[in-house]
Design a protein around this ligand. Structure first.
Ligand code: HAM
Length: 453
């Protein structure tokens, strides 16, 4: 049997429904924030990632899926979305659009050759958003608040937002010097990669996975002590906007991020849920003012964020967040003979087009087994099509929970189902499944129920 590759996942069944639901919530929210969707290729020129993400990052040196195509071009499967978006921004001259800044969002698969473990995959799905063309600290706050609001609207409660700043070029250079001075006497106790990082990019020592527990590393100088006045003021402004937006956060000077393109604000969002495991950062991002220029575009300040889909869905499941995913069918139609089957074909078509979730029998089961199948599908209503009723233009509909049965005219079927299902929904409380039957429902979903404020 051929098996899937290490660190890859098949998403199907209930989990796939959750993924699609999360997608729909993100789409709806991004529309409200006025971001447009962007799709960029899954593979790009290797150079894009080397120059964009940084030659000394783990993502580029150890984790990238590189290959040469049949034309001899050096190609890399994208490990993240930002570099591709920036390449597209430059190539399509989006900087020339009078409508600035450009606000885009994306989702898709990324590839990192990591050691697979829970929450760390080789093929991962991210959604992300970027604001290109503004240096306003309000955009830093908007990206952080947007990320938080996505989690909130989805119903996730146990999240923690950690923010930090790396400062501008001058501050980063000061910090770099301080790190070199600090690590130099101890560097022999660090891994070989870190010894190399000290020469090329000492900041990367701070996110070394091998030396993560080293006391020297933990007590290394912090970025906040090396900020110039301008960078400090800017960071304060970001915090001021976050406070106005009532976003809770903590300043965590250990956040430096694993990609080279950042300056100023950086942040990570953790899921603080018991049993989540150590890979609990469900999203991260920050400002990257130098990247567009570095990739041969005009000097353009940018800020962005990306979230790991798999980790987010795991958090939703572990927190037992109720989600309005359709796990039951409105009506299951059963039949015995060919004539009834044809009627089932006609009625399923009619009712599905009218908006109901309808299913029927496809595998030649007997009637008893069809009843079992209806239960497996959590059918709210069932109907055994019967030639005699059908000839009278009638159908017997049974509520599969109460077992109440009614003979109704086929002409009234749509109205009947509509009325019955709506009454059921209201009885169950909020349509999103939050079961809130108070008038102050805060689920944030577009509820059908009458509890919406
Ligand atoms: P990142 O921190 O490398 O940032 O990835 C963002 C998120 O993707 C992580 O917080 C995590 O949830 C998820 N993730 C990363 N690696 C894996 C993995 N191997 N398996 C499962 N999930 C993973 C970026 O990618 C930046 N492009 C974010 C950004 C956008 N910065 C500015 N704009």
């Amino acid at each position: 049997m051929i098996q899937k590759q290490k660190g890859c996942n098949d998403i199907f069944g209930r989990e796939a429904k959750i993924w699609k639901y999360v997608d729909s919530v993100i789409d709806a929210l991004m529309e409200k924030y006025n971001y447009t969707y962007i799709r960029t290729p899954i593979f790009e020129a290797t150079e894009l990632f080397h120059r964009g993400i940084g030659d000394t990052t783990d993502i580029v040196t150890k984790e990238s899926y590189d290959f040469e195509d049949k034309g001899g071009r050096k190609i890399t499967l994208r490990p993240e979305g930002t570099a591709g978006v920036v390449r597209s921004y430059i190539e399509n001259k989006m900087y020339g659009d009078p409508n600035q800044p450009v606000k885009v969002y994306y989702n898709g698969t990324m590839y990192r050759y990591e050691r697979p473990q829970s929450g760390r995959d080789r093929e991962l799905t991210q959604f992300g958003m970027e604001i290109l063309g503004s240096d306003d600290p309000l955009t830093d706050a908007e990206i952080i608040s947007l990320a938080v609001n996505i989690y909130k609207v989805l119903g996730l409660k146990e999240i923690k937002v950690n923010i930090n700043t790396l400062g501008d070029t001058e501050s980063r250079n000061n910090y770099r010097e301080a790190l070199i001075k600090y690590f130099k006497p101890h560097i022999k106790d660090f891994c070989e990669d870190c010894q190399e990082r000290l020469k090329k990019n000492p900041l990367r020592i701070l996110d070394c996975k091998v030396d993560a527990e080293n006391k020297i590393l933990k007590e290394a100088p912090k970025t906040l002590d090396y900020l110039n006045e301008e960078s400090r003021d800017r960071f304060e402004k970001v915090q001021e906007y976050l406070d106005i937006m009532q976003i809770n956060y903590e300043i965590n000077p250990n956040i430096v991020r694993g990609l080279d393109y950042y300056n100023h604000t950086v942040f990570e969002i953790e899921a603080n849920i018991e049993g989540f495991g150590s890979n609990n950062v469900i999203g991260g991002g920050g400002r990257y003012n130098g990247l567009v220029k570095q990739l041969d575009g005009p000097d353009t300040p940018c800020v962005g964020f990306a979230c790991g889909f798999g980790r987010l869905v795991k958090a939703l499941e572990l927190e037992k967040v109720k989600m309005p995913i359709v796990e039951d069918v409105d009506l299951f139609l059963m039949y015995v003979n060919e004539d009834e089957k044809k009627n089932a074909a006609y009625l399923t078509q009619e009712l599905r087009l009218a908006g109901f979730v309808v299913d029927t029998e496809y595998t030649g089961r007997g009637l008893k087994a069809q009843f079992k199948q209806a239960d497996r599908l959590n059918a709210k209503f069932i109907a055994v099509l019967n030639s005699e009723d059908l000839n009278n233009n009638e159908i017997k509909i049974k509520n599969n929970k109460t077992k109440d049965e009614e003979l109704i005219s086929l002409d009234a079927l749509i109205y009947y189902l509509d009325e019955q299902l709506n009454t059921m929904d209201i009885d169950d409380g909020c349509d999103c499944g939050c079961e809130n039957d108070e008038h102050d429902c805060e689920c944030g979903h577009d509820c059908k129920c009458n509890h919406k404020e």
